[in-house]
Design a protein around this ligand. Structure first.
Ligand code: SF4
Length: 386
């Protein structure tokens, strides 16, 4: 899936320099949880535990359809042994450490601690008529993008499928409780894998979680896969694999530069999968799924926001026409202590104008939660000194 077209032929790329990581250690696994399993696997687990299948199905109905994980509310289970049963099937995975609201209460960022003291973040965001939850796929991230707070932490470990699913259950409960303020829908409409981590580097758990999020209750939350977005910094072979899952998730590719020189610096994995290979993988994803691909582009002052780069991006994307892609430039949400900051407003406008003049569909995104360490990984870095 990563073949480079003849017109882009060039000497073989150097392997990506391995980002700095903490010393190797064998990570302990989170406890097994109902949400780690497919419905068939839940039935088998019931057998292993000596339970009737209906017990796991009852608990799944509470968990997915009612967003409930507390034994006390599950009064249809026998009182005798109920706590032990629910504790077995739904061990506590996420403990809230901090919660911050911003943007007049329409953005709520939550930091959770996991069983091994690793941390992750979620962000609940209310927009007119819809609520979106941004979830994490890894504790930390090994991709080492230099403008990103999570990238500075390095990778702690992959999250389990249930640790991802549980973020969605808690986010959906928060939305249902009106945590994003009045006059906002109480039902979660979208889930985006744009929090901490590179989702396609934790491929199996992310796909498993996406299936559970999309499955109809009581097997899952019943949020259509069309409302799930997986964001990648460009793991081209995994994009090809995702296209074959039959899930039709939305795909967002964090491109951030149209040329290898700038992208090698901003997104180090580019040294392995260059700009052309990444865009080709995105194009093939569109061909396989029919889902228009989003191109994310953090506008960083004097680094990647030049007008000529906008024109170069337009040429690059429109090689396959303009209907397959949507471009989301977003002014950088700066990380404290970083030399990089957001582009000036006039430069942003010029960047967008050049893309639109090329016939591309473009939305200049707003940055959310700047007063609450809005960029991914910032809250974790501040709260727990990661
Ligand atoms: S921008 Fe995304 S892929 Fe890059 S280091 Fe941050 S979390 Fe990882």
């Amino acid at each position: 899936m990563t073949a480079v077209t003849a017109e882009s032929a060039r000497p073989p790329r150097q392997p990506a320099r391995q980002p700095a990581r903490p010393p190797a250690r064998r990570p302990a696994r989170p406890p097994r949880h109902l949400a780690d399993l497919t419905p068939d696997e839940r039935d088998r687990w019931a057998g292993e535990l000596g339970l009737a299948r209906m017990r796991t199905r009852q608990v799944a109905r509470h968990y997915f359809a009612r967003l409930e994980a507390g034994a006390q509310a599950m009064t249809d289970l026998p009182a005798d042994g109920r706590d032990r049963l629910v504790g077995q099937l739904l061990p506590e995975l996420l403990t809230e450490v901090a919660k911050r609201a911003a943007d007049g209460g329409s953005t709520v960022k939550t930091l959770y601690r996991l069983f091994d003291s690793a941390t992750l973040e979620t962000v609940l965001m209310a927009y007119p008529g819809r609520v979106t939850l941004c979830v994490s796929s890894q504790a930390g991230c090994g991709m080492a993008c230099p403008f990103c707070a999570t990238g500075r932490m390095g990778l702690r470990r992959n999250l389990s499928a249930a640790e991802i699913v549980e973020q969605v259950r808690l986010g959906a409960r928060a939305a249902a409780a009106g945590e994003c303020g009045p006059n906002v829908p109480r039902r979660l409409a979208n889930v985006v894998f744009m929090g901490m981590g590179e989702p396609l580097a934790n491929y199996r758990a992310v796909v498993r979680a996406a299936r559970a999020i999309a499955a109809a209750p009581p097997d899952g939350f019943g949020l259509s896969a069309r409302h799930l977005t997986v964001s990648t910094c460009g793991l081209a072979p995994a994009i090809g694999r995702l296209a074959g899952e039959g899930l039709a998730l939305r795909l967002a590719v964090s491109l951030h530069a149209p040329d290898d020189e700038a992208r090698d610096r901003l997104v180090p994995i580019n040294r392995r999968y260059g700009v052309r290979a990444t865009v080709e993988a995105a194009w093939r994803y569109f061909q396989a799924t029919g889902r228009r691909v989003s191109i994310e582009y953090a506008l960083i002052r004097d680094i990647n926001d030049q007008g000529w780069r906008a024109s170069m991006l337009a040429d690059l994307l429109s090689r396959h026409g303009t209907g397959w892609v949507h471009v989301n430039p977003i002014p950088l949400n700066p990380v404290p202590g970083s030399e990089w900051t957001a582009s000036r407003a006039a430069v942003q406008a010029e960047f967008v104008r050049r893309l639109e003049d090329a016939g591309l569909s473009v939305t200049l995104r707003d940055t959310r939660g700047q007063e609450i360490d809005g960029a991914c990984g910032q809250l974790a870095a501040r709260e727990v000194g990661n």
